[in-house]
Ligand binder design. Sequence first.
Ligand code: GTP
Ligand code: SPV
Ligand code: MN
Length: 596
Amino acid sequence: MHEALKHHKLQAWVKDMAGMCNPDQIVWIDGSEDEKKKLEQESLSTGEIIELNQEKLPGCYYHRTSTDDVARTEHLTYICTKKKSAAGPTNNWLSPEKGYEKAKDIFQNSMVGRTMYVIPFSMGPIGSEFSKIGVELTDSIYVVLNMRIMTRIGKPVLDALGADNDFTKCLHSKADLDINKRLILHFPEDNTIWSVGSGYGGNVLLGKKCLSLRLGSWLAKKEGWLAEHMLIMGVEAPGGHIVYVAAAFPSACGKTNLAMLVPPQGLKIKGYRIWTVGDDIAWLRADADGTLWAINPETGFFGVAPGTNTKTNPNAIATIQRNTIYTNVLLKDDKTVWWEGGDGPAPASGINWEGKLWKPGMIDENGNQVLGAHPNSRFTAPLVQCPSISNRIENHHGVPIDAIIFGGRRARLVPLVYESFDWEHGVFVGTTMASERTAAQAGLQGEIRRDPMAMLPFCGYSMGLYFQHWLDMGNKMKKPPKIFHVNWFRLDDNGKFMWPGFGENLRVLEWIIGRCTNIAGAEQTPIGYIPKSGDLDLTGLSINSATLEKLLSVDKKEWEEETKDIEKFFRTFGNVLPAEIKNQLQGLRERLAKSK
Ligand code: GTP
Ligand code: SPV
Ligand code: MN
């Protein structure tokens, strides 16, 4: 008997959804190599994917999404709960009735002439207490091939599901790929996700942001853990002890890069090594030992291509040489790929992300540079191909976290690094995070928006309650991790980055770890502890002392302005904002007032 047939609820749901979408056939994904080959062949034959140069890029494929479907569409993303207040002020809201009704209209007969694939998947190692199982129905082979890399799929998952275990019901159809008929709906009260009208990553790989973060955060609140937009990495210090840190930066703000960091020579000789556990999502629990443990629920990277090169991120480049799906990058004549900020000079010509003939230096009708790759073009590659991959990614218990790092893109104001005074203050620091908008979401680039804990687009419930949940988590731990804030993106008057970033960020990590082990010095400021210039090991780095001083300074006036903006943002939460957070803002103001 087919495993799935044992699970009557699963069977009934698949039948129900097929009744609405009306596919020509239903195919259950088993996760085998044979099946993968078949799917690739079919997808190649329809032009959905293009085979890349198999000598240079074995196992690699290319895909292009519609030009208006290249990033998450937050304005079309909804939390559908009975009460609007459950979704809170930062989410788009629809009632479940309205949500289902609107989407049904689009799903109706959307799979006529197509196959519906049934993908059982597990977020987290199969069988781990941390893990959650979902089943995604989709009419896109691209989605199946991506889910295969990003999650654990197929038969072992069905086995784990047994006859009656719970699973998240995930339904996706490309439908007409029409932005006017696109909806990404979350029904946390029904453990259900419906996504229609899109073919782009975060909108359609439903295990990722939809399950692991939006529904994940809802479950985490209910069950007493944290679902976060965080990388996880191990920093092996000289002597061999590995300190694990988790870091939350908004989309396209450097998680993949930091997670795969290669130590600069000056620190490498001291014996530092980095172990990558995850680059986008962390599930964290306070364990019986009173400390925080984390797993990466994913098995792949869905990373930003532009800016990735052998200098900035050699481990990523090594990772994506085989078995990788490239989306919306430039396709070269020799069937390899290129992107802005990639290796080597721009090719003489190619087909760009829009599917048009492209040559370097082309200018559009508005006088803007025509790009080869979309700024949010991505690679999908297996974690295990990363040279720095940790050997603990399959560990059911994950890794113990000693430090949490928040960060964002701030051209001004925010110092290179600072340490919070304690957990509660650290949570406040997380709530005040802000970043300049990047290409990972549709909208005006560069504008500063508040993005608490890098979760603004991903918190599946009332965000004020989420802040409270963070505060409560601190009380569950005997030894909560120290909380830090970093900013790699300060600009000088000429618009140049003041800090070299990338591998050099290890110098900041070294200080962070030194603070956790009480060996690194710091100076107390109104916003937190900041390293004095002598507290960072800058061996082999040429940075002028004025720049460094600026990077490590707190400008009283500018911070006073900042507190006004924070207060304005906090007002959106009304009385759901925890008193502790309000008091923390008051405390910051008082410390600033007292300072010089
Ligand atoms: P999502 O996958 O969207 O959640 O993003 P991410 O946080 O993983 O972002 P990623 O690491 O892919 O970085 C996005 C962009 O930031 C790339 O263009 C990088 O080159 C750039 N970047 C990353 N780290 C640094 C840094 O330390 N300094 C500077 N200046 N740029 C950086
Ligand atoms: C992000 O936008 O934060 C990503 C890519 O990591 S997506 O999967 O599209 O959300
Ligand atoms: Mn992300």
